[in-house]
Design a protein around this ligand. Structure first.
Ligand SMILES: [Mg+2]
Length: 259
């Protein structure tokens, strides 16, 4: 079976911190040589697509902005489709969200009490404070729509550790407001479907390679792609026992060399 498109998750699959994963560089190069389209799909909303280009290129994986679908970019595309241009948004997040929402012409507000807010968009924010939580709470209590880029509880950091992810911050906002957010990133199918559409490839001709069962594998199966779990990220082999069928990958590999 020849696959036309291979979609890689980033954290825990292509790299961990600033370190490329074993065989990541070689595997991407080999797939491209064989004529396979390679794309990257990440729930991590911290970086801009431009920053991801710099990061992967520095690791030896040359790429362009259009090779990436991030949860921040998908959120911007969703908001654009809802006519959010010119609308006010309070962001609990980092540069990736700020940049993508500015690009579609949204007005980023810092004080919802003063300026009002139509949306609150949340993702990972490594400068998260009680004050930001209070502002997000105020905005949502006063009618702003609550949107989460993703709900990942953790992500794999340098040195083999897993650290708190955007989902933990989204949960704090959900807890105080009692409002369930609209979630854009994986396992919601929106970002993956956009990526397939842009590549002009049908789901059964594509493979998704990820390290999380509850996001990567689940979204891949929901959309009908082939799924591969690589054990270099947050999931260990032991966690595969008793996993519900909807999150069970077609193949499990130890490193990308087996792809
Ligand atoms: Mg990952």
């Amino acid at each position: 079976m020849i696959y036309r498109l291979v979609i890689f998750d980033l954290d825990g699959v292509i790299y961990r911190g600033d370190e490329p994963m074993p065989f990541a560089v070689e595997t991407v190069a080999r797939l491209r040589q064989e004529g396979t389209i390679v794309r990257f799909l990440t729930n991590n909303s911290a970086l801009t697509r431009e920053a991801y280009v710099r990061r992967l290129t520095a690791m030896g994986i040359p790429c362009e902005e259009e090779h990436f679908m991030t949860s921040a970019y998908a959120t911007a595309l969703y908001l654009q489709s809802q006519g959010a241009e010119g609308k006010r948004v309070f962001i609990v997040g980092e540069e990736g969200i700020h940049e993508e929402l500015r690009r579609i012409g949204m007005r980023v507000v810092t004080d919802p009490e003063e300026e009002g807010a139509d949306y609150v968009v949340a993702g990972i924010d490594r400068d998260f404070t009680y004050d930001k939580l209070r502002r997000a709470h105020y905005a949502i209590q006063h009618g702003a729509q609550f949107i989460a880029t993703n709900r990942d509880a953790t992500y794999p950091a340098a040195g083999g550790r897993n650290v708190p992810g955007g989902g933990a911050i989204v949960a704090a906002i959900q807890t105080c407001t009692g409002v369930e957010p609209l979630v854009i990133g994986k396992p919601n199918t929106y970002s993956l479907e956009l990526l397939l559409q842009r590549c002009g490839v049908s789901a059964d001709e594509a493979v998704l390679v990820g390290d999380r069962l509850d996001t990567d594998v689940l979204v891949g199966k929901r959309v009908g792609l082939h799924t591969v779990l690589v054990l270099t990220g947050v999931t260990s082999e032991g966690e595969l026992h008793g996993v519900p069928a909807e999150m069970l990958p077609e193949r499990v590999i130890r490193t990308l060399a087996e792809l």
